[in-house]
Design a protein around this ligand. Structure first.
Ligand code: NAI
Length: 474
């Protein structure tokens, strides 16, 4: 079996934590039971690009139990939990000397070159064939296949320029090398893939853009916009893991401090709530008047970063947009201000600009001070990458069970009903969203009220649901 992880001897530790996580992931375990006999993913060759954590290990083993062949990478250079990767490589029935799990290419602290090498490895089965499904988080696997197919068709890979970010140079090099090795490979991959299920806001944004431009090569299910994903993982997940990231990285007392949250979408709402809960005075910035009004009514001061940059102790960017905190902003911050991002990509904070004006010292992995010429320093978490996965272990199992149950259902939909999904971007129907929620109620001791037939008729729904129209916003 081909794989690359940091340390296989961590597999037992990983397995013990996977066992604990399974108990906290009732949605995934129930899907395993429901499809144990029918194995709807038999024949599926799924390439997954999603943070290789303990929770993801339970997702991977669910896909395998449903019949799929799987190859996996992390979608971030810092987010792998090495014991989870080791346990997945060894597998439930393998040993460290005879690994028999899933080919996984992931370790904490990859370089960008290694990251794209891993993505390439997972997109190629040992017999040289491509996957027929992608499970993506942020869209990097989808991007590589699309760009590879586009450049193969054009007959040339364009060179990256000095203006392009470092990562784009690496992507271009990866494509030049792989097209050189196996001409036609990416075109074949794009044609073989029945669909992609996308986990996060940023990846979904990319998919809609590609579809609008007529460039999408296969159908996609937007898992992020299942209500049981974005209104739970993005919000309650971040409400938990933003504090975990701050605490493990700095252990600074949050109560009484001034915290700044850029963006008041689902992730911003969760982060602001968590910081408020710790007793911080939270200030929010927004560009959308609706979200700004929500933040104001939730009791937060809403203003621009420029107004308050010099009084803030803890910064968290949550926008999915770029250049939110610039090098100029960082130069104006307090001594030892903490600067962090929880959005998907690292470009929310201008790290390249910071490197031009300040000097970096490692405090410990994923925690750095940056000293300015006047002696003032700031603390940057996870080099500007998502701090909850870089400095801590991401969201807890229970909330990820909601997200990943949607992922499994979406994979089954696209793989088994391919002809019902012409190229486009879809969300799962509401009855499946409600099913995911239902699977998580017992574990929390929730007792649902059942509509009477007359009540159901009065509000115009079925007794068994769906209970809301598609336009309802929760
Ligand atoms: P969202 O679209 O609900 O919220 C983003 C908000 O930022 C929007 O309200 C938007 O108006 C605002 N915004 C955009 N540009 C801004 C600017 N220049 N200044 C201030 N506000 C601005 O998106 P969501 O779901 O909250 O996701 C945000 C990011 O977090 C995405 O990149 C997503 O992929 C990522 N994410 C990360 C997770 C993690 O565990 N680290 C979990 C879930 C999502």
């Amino acid at each position: 079996m081909d794989f690359k992880v940091a340390d296989l001897s961590l597999a037992d530790f990983g397995r013990r934590e996977i066992k604990l996580a399974e108990h906290e992931m009732p949605g995934l375990m129930s899907v395993r039971k429901e499809y144990a006999a029918s194995k709807p993913l038999r024949g599926a060759k799924i390439m997954g690009s999603l943070h290789m954590t303990i929770q993801t290990a339970v997702l991977i083993e669910t896909l395998v139990e449903l019949g799929a062949e799987v190859r996996w990478v992390s979608c971030n250079i810092f987010s792998t939990q090495d014991h989870a990767a080791a346990a997945i490589a060894v597998g439930p029935n393998g040993t460290v000397d005879a690994p028999a799990g899933v080919p996984v290419f992931a370790w904490k602290g990859e370089t960008l070159e290694e990251y794209w090498w891993c993505t390439d490895q997972a997109l190629r089965w040992p017999d040289g064939t491509p996957p027929n499904m992608i499970l993506d988080d942020g869209g990097d696997a989808t991007l590589l296949v699309h760009k590879g197919a586009e450049y193969e068709k054009a007959g040339a890979v364009p060179s990256a320029t000095d203006e392009d970010p470092e990562e784009w140079h690496i992507i271009i090099d990866t494509l030049k090398r792989t097209i050189g090795e196996t001409p036609g490979r990416w075109t074949e991959a794009a044609a073989s893939i029945k669909g992609v299920t996308e986990e996060t806001t940023t990846g979904v944004h990319r998919l809609y853009e590609m579809h609008k431009a007529g460039q999408l090569a296969f159908p996609a299910i937007n898992v992020n916009d299942s209500v049981t994903k974005s209104k739970f993982d993005n919000k309650y997940g971040c409400r938990h893991s933003v504090l975990d990231g701050l605490n493990r990285a700095t252990d600074v007392l949050i109560g009484g401090k001034v915290a700044f949250v850029a963006g008041y979408g689902d992730v911003g709402k969760g982060c602001a709530d968590a910081l408020k809960g710790q007793g911080a005075r939270v200030i929010v910035s927004e560009v959308d008047p609706i979200c700004a009004l929500q933040a104001a009514m939730d009791g937060y001061q809403v203003t621009t970063l420029d107004e308050v940059v010099s009084i803030v102790d803890i910064f968290v960017t949550t926008t999915g947009n770029f250049n939110i905190i610039t090098a100029d902003h960082m130069a104006k911050m307090k001594h030892n201000a903490i600067v962090s991002n929880i959005g998907h990509f690292d470009n929310e904070i201008d790290m390249a600009g910071l490197a031009k004006v300040a000097e970096k010292t490692e405090v410990k992995p994923q925690v750095h001070t940056w000293v300015f010429p006047d002696g003032k320093q700031i603390i940057v978490l996870a080099e500007g990458r998502l701090m909850n996965l870089g400095c801590a272990t991401g969201h807890p199992s229970f909330v990820m069970s909601n997200s990943f149950t949607n992922q499994v259902i979406a994979q089954i939909e696209l793989f088994t009903k391919t002809e019902e999904y012409p190229v486009g971007v879809y969300v799962l129907p509401k009855h499946l969203d409600e099913k995911v929620a239902r699977l998580h109620l017992d574990a929390l001791g929730v007792k649902l009220t059942t509509l009477t037939k007359a009540q159901a008729e009065y509000i115009g729904v079925n007794v068994e649901g769906p209970y809301k129209p598609d336009h309802y916003r929760y």
